[in-house]
Design a protein around this ligand. Structure first.
Ligand SMILES: C[S@@+](CC[C@H](N)C(=O)[O-])C[C@H]1O[C@@H](n2cnc3c(N)ncnc32)[C@H](O)[C@@H]1O
Length: 310
């Protein structure tokens, strides 16, 4: 798993810049355009929030758990629908920022929650956090399946039978190259280079090997109800993010100045944030990366084998 320091590197360092660019309750995961790129980023993120709640089938008065809740966009939405949201994050900056909005958020590893932590929920959502659950070292040690299986087992214990889990995650795409070839020093813009840059932006994180691995690991505990591909929507989301990050704001200029020491002393920082290349856009375009929204429903007996095969 990416450690708290690694998660902080990305999310706390960029906390203020992110909020000044995206708004205080901005989302940092792929939006849901459904191919309609006339929508604004805000509209497409709102469409995603509404879709999640519809799929979770949690009524007003219910409780939803958000695993890896970021700056609280999803939690604020469920609150607006009269649903009580509880979030966990590993980023201290995000924890503080969610606190400004009175959201119930805790600094906890999403994979360690049990019914004893906050009880059982009517539904669970996780948007863009699963990507961080397996590190490169764990992948190389052959632990990826076990890590995901353990995670699905623990989520299954947090909802009643028939309760739903909405999972949105990037995965490696059909053109992914072997791990050994990924190298930030490879020829500029080669697949190896682009993936090397991504590894610097998200240190300590290795992605699932396609949607198949996610479904296989979930299968003993959850039935797959719905699956959507969000790769093209993600490319548009990143385009909108880049435009917003580039928009002038005097406080952002001051913040950029405070990052100069990082720039000067850390090659990782330069690779991660100022390479001048939108590595994730290129990786999605080349199908080195892919993206999925899964709706899972807990089986009757989450610790046993599936009852109806599928
Ligand atoms: C890409 S952001 C997505 C945030 C939010 N879900 C959204 O859609 O805007 C990833 C989030 O996952 C969190 N995260 C990563 N690994 C985690 C872990 N093991 N436990 C809890 N949160 C984790 C990060 O702190 C961050 O909030």
């Amino acid at each position: 798993m990416a450690s708290q320091a690694e998660v902080d590197f990305m999310y706390t360092l960029t906390d203020k810049l992110f909020r000044l660019s995206m708004g205080d309750l901005g989302d940092f995961s792929g939006a849901k355009y459904d191919g309609d790129f006339s929508l604004s980023l805000r509209q497409a993120q709102a469409r995603k929030h509404a879709y999640v709640v519809e799929q979770l089938r949690v009524p007003a008065g219910g409780r939803v758990l958000d695993l890896g809740c970021g700056w609280g966009g999803m939690l604020a939405y469920v609150r607006g629908r009269g649903i009580r949201g509880v979030g966990v994050t590993l980023s201290t900056g995000q924890l503080r920022a969610c606190g400004y909005h009175g959201l119930e958020v805790h600094l906890l590893d999403a994979r360690t929650l049990t019914p004893e932590t906050f009880g059982v929920f009517d539904g669970v959502v996780s948007l863009g956090a699963f990507e961080h659950f397996c590190s490169t070292e764990q992948y190389r040690a052959g632990e990826q399946d076990r890590i995901y299986s353990d995670f699905f087992r623990s989520v299954a214990a947090l909802v009643p039978p028939g309760g739903r889990f909405f999972l949105q995650t990037m995965v490696f795409g059909k053109n992914m190259i072997p791990f050994e070839e990924v190298d930030v020093r490879a020829p500029r813009l080669s697949n190896a280079h682009v993936l090397g840059l991504l590894g610097k932006t998200f240190p300590g994180s290795w992605l699932p090997q396609g949607d198949g691995q996610v479904e296989r690991c979930a299968q003993p505990h959850f039935r797959l109800v719905e699956k959507e591909n969000g790769r093209r929507d993600y490319i548009e989301t990143i385009r909108q993010w880049r435009a917003r990050f580039a928009r002038f704001h005097w406080r952002k200029s001051l913040l950029y100045l405070t990052l100069i020491p990082w720039y000067a002393r850390s090659a990782d920082f330069r690779h991660a944030f100022v390479s001048g290349i939108s590595a994730n856009t290129i990786a999605f375009e080349r199908e080195l990366l892919d993206h999925f929204r899964f709706v899972f429903e807990r089986r009757e007996d989450p610790t046993g084998e599936p009852r109806n095969g599928g």
